[in-house]
Design a protein around this ligand. Structure first.
Ligand code: ZN
Length: 287
């Protein structure tokens, strides 16, 4: 499938939805676009910070079912409409932490997969039977699809981190759609399902990126604790930042690619057992 084939305009999506007889869906779609976006899975009393609620949503989102642009292409056209996943609302800000998960934390690893470092992360997670999130770049994922499949087989969540790690707010909307859409396509080809989460490089989002992410069926996830592991501050410093930042619902940002990440790999081996000893569950959001 060519990239430009994925870039169907919203008008075309509406036309196709109408052609499928989904008039109710079209009505919801139009209303949804301009409605307050935070309603169904909104943070409960958390101004300024989004809190993802893994338990929220199926009923609330059912009414929002509509096809995304690239999923209507021939590659996925075999999926009957009834089995298309409900799309999330357009957010105004990313989720920064998880609510309603008890004494649980989420570990996230960005920029990979990298065959030099990702296997070490996977090995540690496997040893402690923990699930994490990997926000992969399309240009890395396309050459390391075996690692994507390994993540998936181990129960980890594979998210979208754009194709080439650009500064999203500097891009035209068509480029943003291309960066996110082509990465979702690689993930879907490798795993059979498109990603449900995405993260903007540098945590730099803009309004159109939230719209495009939602069109592609993804929720935006940022982080609570930044280990700054990419500065290679020393394994001990990374470990300390994670342990100092540990709290229920916290999302930790680390990297398994983009440079020498041996400190990140070594740090996980030290902080993961200590988090577990402290009574934390390591979890991933479900949608
Ligand atoms: Zn990144």
């Amino acid at each position: 499938m060519k990239k430009d084939e994925m870039l169907i305009g919203r008008r075309a999506v509406l036309r196709l939805a109408a052609a499928l007889g989904a008039t109710a869906t079209v009505g919801v779609l139009a209303a949804d676009r301009f409605a307050a976006p935070e309603a169904p899975t909104a943070p409960r009393g958390a101004p300024g910070a989004g809190h993802a609620d893994p338990a929220a949503g199926p009923q609330a989102q059912a009414a929002r079912l509509r096809p995304s642009a690239y999923r209507l292409q021939p590659m996925t056209a075999y999926a009957p409409p009834a089995f298309r996943r409900a799309l999330p609302p357009v957010r105004r800000r990313p989720f920064l932490s998880m609510s309603g998960v008890g004494r649980s934390m989420v570990l996230t690893f960005d920029d990979g997969p990298d065959p030099r470092y990702t296997p070490g992360i996977l090995e540690t997670l496997r040893e402690y039977d923990c699930r994490a999130m990997f926000f992969v770049c399309g240009e890395m994922a396309v050459d390391n699809q075996d690692l994507l499949r390994e993540m998936d087989a181990d129960g980890h969540v594979v998210g979208n981190h754009t194709w080439s790690h650009p500064l999203v707010p500097k891009l035209r909307p068509s480029r943003i759609r291309d960066e996110l859409g082509s990465t979702s396509e690689v993930i879907e080809r490798a795993l059979g399902t498109a990603p449900l989460w995405y993260r903007a490089p540098y945590g730099a989002w803009n309004r159109i990126s939230f719209e495009i992410g939602a069109e592609l069926g993804m929720e935006p996830l940022a982080w609570t604790v930044d280990t700054l592991d990419w500065t290679e501050p020393g394994t001990g410093t990374i470990v300390r930042r994670v342990l100092d930042g540990a709290a229920p619902g916290v999302v930790v940002l680390s990297h398994d690619a983009g440079g020498n990440r041996s400190q990140s790999v070594a740090a996980l081996r030290r902080y993961l057992p200590r988090l577990l000893d402290a009574g934390y569950h390591i979890t991933v959001p479900r949608r």
